[in-house]
Design a protein around this ligand. Structure first.
Ligand code: TEU
Length: 540
């Protein structure tokens, strides 16, 4: 019912520049490194490259603490490198999506350096101050209020104390961010990812953080005064607090908000229900995962637009989380890709996901870099938690699982850097690397290529309706896509067991045509047997 958009058929590739490729040998990935790897990304067939923040930053939170929106981080290179990356990407039909962190800045941003000088300073009200701090807590542990001695006031930081929250009720702040968008749009970027966008409507004194009353007014301003002034800019907002109802509001084109949002309902099912207790892991139930994803599919169909992702720079690697790291690593990685990319929405591939990279286990906490992990380690040991349990939680859910260097080949440091990497490489790079993946026609990489290519031509995949099948099945995720007179089956076995299923329950008949299958020979569905981690896309 809404007009077709170019990004309805696109796949976005997320790059964590610090860990992608180090061209200058300082052990830190950089912009020139991304330029070196553009042909690889073009081979995968993606059309958009989402760069995690590349702006000047002291890297307290690896770039999510921005000190200058108009300057490139020293470790990543220069503005000339950025201009060359935009141009070189463009030559290959690739658009650059910038990561806009507008909920907070670094405490080393000029605005905050001014703001903390005096209550009368013209930048003071760019931030959130109080004399009576309430019990708001930081995502990274401890109070969300930091005392500023010389002012006798506290400032708000929902993340690290070096990430003071911007005060979005101040129109000058909103103007500043619109100006940042305009600057990067003029440089020719094709999209924006908005960090924790659902927090900018916060009313701290009422302890409201996500989904504040004026949130969508502020986003409407960013659209109409900013990216909405340009044709077809792809925008996606990170919204941990979103529901399918709010998801429609975020992505309904008539509301002039964003193209889509990242919701996380399918990625919080294996943690204690308590707020932010991602470290307290409980087994997840595939039926709950199917229910959540199916609700987003059906409630946004024809009304909004979904993002589709398993991974990002904050999440454990999906093959370790929902698949099999061992014997069936390749089959399970392909299965997870199939059931995600078979849905309606814009898929996001996180660097390394396309070659089936796994979580990492460093024995020593000093090998971990993430502020969130290190804060939790210190807090929980101080609170009497046992070391073994704390390390197990880090192995399962720590953000560094996604941040070990991209594994390019079997040379030292997996070909990521000629220097000493800022974080150790996962020792399994001998078996899991780009060079071997590109050479092996049956690799996870080439399977992802086929999924990306399919989306470019298959209207059913992009615009077809969605219906979950066998909702009560605890190991099989199967659904139908319908478009005009055609019907397709997508299924994935989330277990290491062979399942016996009545083919009729999957609408299968002898005339079914297997379009894609993660086993060498065509699916054995006609006998009703689905092999461990087996997946397929079938034209019914
Ligand atoms: O993440 C928002 C956020 O809340 C996550 O940090 C999440 O709660 C946590 O990582 C769960 O493990 C965004 C960015 O993606 C993240 O990298 C930043 O650290 C954070 O905002 C602050 O900018």
């Amino acid at each position: 019912t809404h007009e077709q958009k170019w990004w309805h058929r696109s796949v976005v590739y997320q790059i964590y520049p610090r860990s992608f490729y180090d061209a200058d040998g300082d052990g830190i990935g950089d912009l020139r490194g991304i330029i070196h790897k553009l042909d690889y990304l073009a081979l995968l067939g993606v059309e958009v490259l989402w760069l995690c923040p590349v702006y000047a930053s002291p890297n307290d939170d690896n770039g999510y603490d921005i000190a200058d929106y108009y300057r490139i981080m020293d470790e990543f290179g220069t503005m000339d490198d950025m201009d060359e990356l935009i141009a070189e990407a463009g030559r290959r039909g690739l658009k650059i999506m910038m990561d806009i962190v507008a909920n907070h800045t670094s405490d080393e941003h000029r605005w905050f350096c001014e703001a903390r000088k005096s209550p009368d300073n013209s930048f003071h009200d760019y931030y959130v101050w109080t004399k009576q701090p309430n019990g708001l807590m930081s995502v990274f542990g401890g109070s969300a209020w930091q005392y500023e001695e010389n002012l006798g006031e506290y400032y708000l930081h929902l993340f690290s104390r070096k990430q003071p929250d911007l005060n979005w009720s101040n129109p000058q702040v909103r103007r500043e961010i619109v100006d940042v968008l305009a600057y990067w749009l003029e440089k020719g970027v094709g999209g924006f990812r908005f960090d924790v966008i659902d927090l900018i409507g916060k009313i701290p004194e009422q302890r409201i953080t996500a989904n504040g009353p004026r949130l969508h007014d502020y986003v409407l301003e960013l659209n109409e005064d900013g990216f909405g002034q340009y044709d077809d800019i792809l925008t996606v907002g990170e919204a941990w607090g979103a529901t399918p109802e709010t998801g429609v509001r975020w992505s309904d084109p008539d509301r002039h908000q964003l193209s889509m949002i990242f919701q996380f309902g399918h990625l919080t099912l294996d943690q204690a229900r308590a707020e932010g207790e991602k470290w307290d892991i409980i087994p997840y139930d595939l039926r709950e995962l199917k229910t959540v994803l199916s609700r987003w599919q059906t409630e946004l169909y024809g009304r909004g637009w979904n993002s589709l992702f398993w991974n990002n720079h904050d999440l454990p690697r999906v093959v370790s989380r929902f698949g099999d790291e061992g014997e069936y690593r390749v089959e399970s990685a392909k299965m997870l890709a199939t059931v995600l990319h078979g849905m309606s929405g814009t898929p996001y591939i996180y660097q390394g996901e396309e070659i089936g990279m796994t979580n990492v286990r460093f024995a020593d906490i000093d090998d971990y870099r993430d502020i969130e992990t290190r804060n939790m380690y210190r807090e929980r040991l101080a609170a009497g938690y046992r070391l073994h349990g704390v390390m197990a939680a880090i192995y399962a859910k720590g953000r560094d699982n996604a941040r070990t260097p991209m594994q390019w080949d079997t040379s030292e440091h997996a070909g990521f850097s000629l220097g000493t990497p800022w974080i150790k490489v996962n020792p399994n790079y001998w078996d899991i690397n780009v060079l071997s993946a590109v050479e092996d026609k049956d690799s996870v990489f080439h399977y992802y290529r086929r999924l990306v290519a399919l989306r470019k031509t298959a209207d059913w995949l992009v615009y077809g309706s969605y219906q979950l099948l066998l909702p009560e099945h605890g190991q099989l995720f199967a659904y139908c896509r319908r478009y005009e007179l055609d019907e397709y089956l997508v299924f994935g076995n989330f277990s290491d067991r062979t399942l016996t299923v009545d083919p009729a329950a999957l609408r299968l008949s002898p005339r079914a045509d297997v379009l894609l299958n993660n086993y060498p020979d065509p699916t054995v569905l006609e006998h009703g047997a689905i092999r461990p981690w087996e997946a397929a896309i079938v034209k019914l």
